[in-house]
Design a protein around this ligand. Structure first.
Ligand SMILES: Nc1ncnc2c1ncn2[C@@H]1O[C@H](COP(=O)(O)OP(=O)(O)O)[C@@H](O)[C@H]1O
Ligand SMILES: [Mg+2]
Length: 382
């Protein structure tokens, strides 16, 4: 999930998935878990299944790779009838990543990532290269993590390793079942951003299950909102669903924060970035003080923002190295406006400092800019 991959990681673009009148009845249960479910999932897109717990999301998704066999209906993947081919072969063409990563605890990270390539009979050097390439891709240094066991990784790192494993055999389809459900909110945001970056590069068909509507809005090209027994309430782009909920169930699910949800759809790079005075830690204190009207930003030698300062902090200071206050949360130009709002609320300056993806200072986004963006969204949908 790095920003600057060195190789092409994929030869396999996404394919479309078509489900027709699919049904699942578990033995001994009166009602079907999934009843008459039909959906077309376009090639190369991220489609999100979202809905309340127990509505049938996992069951529906698992029928695509036949970890659960449908009781009735048709499923085709890339034009092929998925129900008439060997289920094990089918599964090797579909990456699968679940909450808590689903890594095998007794195997190293490298062995975990190598699972499907091994099943496919790849030669050892090719597997080893691919493992390193995949770990690199998801931002885990192979030299450091290859030989560790899953328990020796943080939750977020395990999740990255899970994605590396799912992608190892370069499948056209990736199924992700609440993959970021078990990590803290900040790590979740980072993993979501990384997944979007990765997808721009790989163009897989991704089916992603979540019960978190704001995650669906952020990640989805299209969202399928499911009710009981996987009944399809609405299937559309996030923008269209937020603007025109199809029925009361959807409206309730979206909740009253619909216009705030729209903040997930816009990025910091889409709004006005303003500038504050900046100085490096080695620069003159008095010269910086003369340029500061309300507050300014101190950068380290690599242009990364380290602290902010107002004029009173600078009075009598000998060096910019030991004045000012550290930043709470920074955002990047790729962060959502939702992230920017949270960062602003956590700072005293009513602004969030924006960096490039590599952490260099880029500017600030102010609360006024965000309020303007929210009003514009409201006006557009009234
Ligand atoms: N193996 C199973 N045997 C019997 N019932 C099941 C099984 N797995 C799930 N169910 C039932 O099917 C319904 C849908 O479950 P699931 O697909 O896991 O929902 P979700 O992923 O949306 O939370 C639930 O009522 C659940 O209790
Ligand atoms: Mg589930």
């Amino acid at each position: 999930m790095t920003e600057h991959p060195q190789h092409a990681h994929t030869d396999t673009a996404g394919v479309d998935i078509i489900l027709e009148h699919v049904e699942k009845r578990y033995p001994g249960q009166k009602a079907a878990a999934v009843q008459d479910f039909s959906l077309e999932i376009p090639a190369g897109k991220i489609v999100i299944f979202v809905g309340p717990s127990g509505c049938g999301k996992t069951t529906t998704m698992r029928m695509i790779n036949r970890l659960i066999e449908p009781t009735a209906g048709k499923i085709s993947i890339g034009g092929k009838d998925a129900l008439s081919i060997n289920a094990n072969e089918l599964r090797r063409t579909i990456g699968y990543s679940i909450q808590q990563a689903g890594l095998f605890p007794h195997m190293t990270i490298a062995q975990n990532v190598a699972t499907v390539p091994k099943l496919l009979g790849w030669k050892r050097p090719r597997i080893s290269d691919r493992v390193d390439e995949m770990l690199d891709l998801v931002g885990l240094d192979p030299a450091q993590y290859r030989d560790r066991y899953p328990r020796q990784l943080s939750g977020g790192q395990q999740q990255r390793a899970g994605v590396a494993r799912a992608l190892a055999a370069d499948p056209p389809v990736l199924l992700m079942d609440e993959p970021f459900g078990a990590v803290d909110p900040i790590t979740r945001g980072v993993l979501q951003d990384e997944l979007m970056g990765l997808q721009t590069e790989l163009g897989k068909t991704i089916v992603f299950v979540t019960h978190d509507f704001s995650e669906a809005v952020k990640l989805g090209d299209k969202i399928a909102i499911l009710g009981n027994q996987s009944s399809l309430q609405q299937y559309d782009t996030p923008e269209a669903i937020l603007a025109n909920p199809a029925n009361d169930t959807v409206a309730k699910f979206i909740g009253s924060g619909a216009s705030l949800q729209q903040l997930q759809l816009q990025r910091v790079r889409d709004v006005d970035i303003e500038q504050r005075p900046t100085a490096h830690e080695t620069d003159s204190v008095s010269e910086f003080a003369s340029r500061i009207d309300s507050w300014g930003i101190i950068l380290d030698a690599r242009d990364r923002p380290v602290r902010w300062t107002d004029r009173s902090h600078l009075t009598g200071a000998a060096s910019l190295r030991d004045v000012g206050l550290p930043f709470g949360e920074l955002v990047t130009i790729q962060s959502t406006l939702q992230d920017a709002l949270e960062a602003i609320l956590a700072e005293r300056n009513a602004s969030a400092v924006v960096t490039t993806p590599r952490g260099q200072y880029h500017g600030v986004v102010t609360i006024e800019t965000l309020v303007g963006a929210i009003s514009a969204i409201r006006a557009e949908h009234q």
